[in-house]
Design a protein around this ligand. Sequence first.
Ligand SMILES: Cc1cc2nc3c(=O)[nH]c(=O)nc-3n(C[C@H](O)[C@H](O)[C@H](O)COP(=O)(O)OP(=O)(O)OC[C@H]3O[C@@H](n4cnc5c(N)ncnc54)[C@H](O)[C@@H]3O)c2cc1C
Length: 469
Amino acid sequence: MPGLNANEYDAVIIGAGIGGLVCGCYLAKAGMKVLIAEQHFKPGGYCTSFKRGKFTFDAAAHSFGGYRKDGIVRKVFRDLGLDMLLNIKRYDPSDIIMSPDYKISFRSDVAETIKDFISAFPLESDNIEKFFHFLNNPSPISFARMRNWTFRQLLDHYFLDNKLKTILAFPLLGNGGLPPSLMSAFTGSKIFTEFLLDGGYYPEGGMQALPIALVGRFKELGGELRLSCLVKQIVVRDGKVAGVHFENNDFISSRYVVSNCDAMQTFSDLLGSEVVSKEILNEIETMSPSLSMFVLYLGVDNNTFQSLHQPGTNLWILNSYDIEQIYSKINKGHFDEIDDFMMRISPDNQTILAFVNAPFKSRAYWTSKKGKLTEIFIKGIMRNVLPDLTKHLIFRDAATPYTLYRYTLNYKGAAYGWSGIPSQSSFSRYRCPSFINGLYLTGHWITQVQGIPGVIYIGYDTAKMISRK
Ligand SMILES: Cc1cc2nc3c(=O)[nH]c(=O)nc-3n(C[C@H](O)[C@H](O)[C@H](O)COP(=O)(O)OP(=O)(O)OC[C@H]3O[C@@H](n4cnc5c(N)ncnc54)[C@H](O)[C@@H]3O)c2cc1C
């Protein structure tokens, strides 16, 4: 790049999560000299896969939404030429909710999904139509009106039947870590449209295919990625970013720094109290991260379960209609039995992933609980879905909230950034903190629309803000 020495960049991005990678691609595409520094030995953050023997597991994210014709993920992938590189399949139904009385499928044809809900809850048919109409035709005015609403208020606005409300709220607990009484109506509605009404997309080769394709494109555009490279400090001089220090004390100078890592680390550790005011640090310390997860990775005999449940579909197993009670138990880490969870048989039919939200606790706590919880969870899957599971199990392992923290450094192993409660929605004002020129935040700590579609949008938008400058 003309005018820049080897250790000088236009932009340094901290973290090669999907948000950081998308931002990096767009900045490089705009002609900037960009470095992405990632502390892990592979790119992708929560969107990675790993191998154990003959099995490949997605570590955390296991499908994505927002890939409809005019969806944000489709737009970005097309812009970056990734739609031609990746072979993305949509599993249909994307999600099935199985409760003691109902089995409801989310299909790619939304009319079919609505039909399923209406045949289960005929007395609520008009309300179901209106609710889905609202989700599919979101107007800024209605969202402005319900700015401070919880998802519970939105459900109460449309429905009477408690079982129906619970069925609608359960996937939001898994996909956002909150019960309807706490989740903002905006976040809940967006999870619905991006994860459920337009969900179930999966790249051939597993989720790692997404970061691999993004990294390939980033490098073609002239970007540089350094793996196993932990950023220790964001250097600020006279109110403006000057660059970053790595763990080995190397210094890289940069006009812009984009932090794709968690907001707590960014403000408290990488910037610190010399740069960030006490008031802002206090505000951040009182904020609550989203819940973490306990993830089960199971390797099974070939073709064992294909005939039972469709591979590639998220199965939501719901046994109780008291969602607040389910949340209260997982939030406290009370896992005597696990009967409300999500599981997915992989498209190659060789592995099963199962998820339950879980609180962050110490490393010692999770080291002592991991084995027992793995057994409890396997029993829950056998009781509710696959009675013969253990006869076919070849491999088992699990990730605790501490594991998720260890691999990504996400504060408290949070699955979705800050928890999506209405009072925390204003944090996005720190996307580009006014007191530090040249610093931007991107990724799931700065968006109210969580998961892969949310971070792809915010990565793109962050790059747009910088390129405009
Ligand atoms: C168990 C689980 C299941 C999920 N399932 C889904 C799903 O199916 N679909 C979906 O859409 N979403 C899912 N999500 C959420 C989704 O994966 C995340 O919201 C999204 O991937 C976050 O992307 P990101 O770029 O914001 O950050 P991250 O993926 O957290 O990436 C941040 C990166 O920064 C790096 N980093 C941190 N600190 C430093 C540092 N100091 N120096 C250098 N690098 C650093 C980390 O190593 C990491 O690679 C799931 C999350 C979890 C935990």
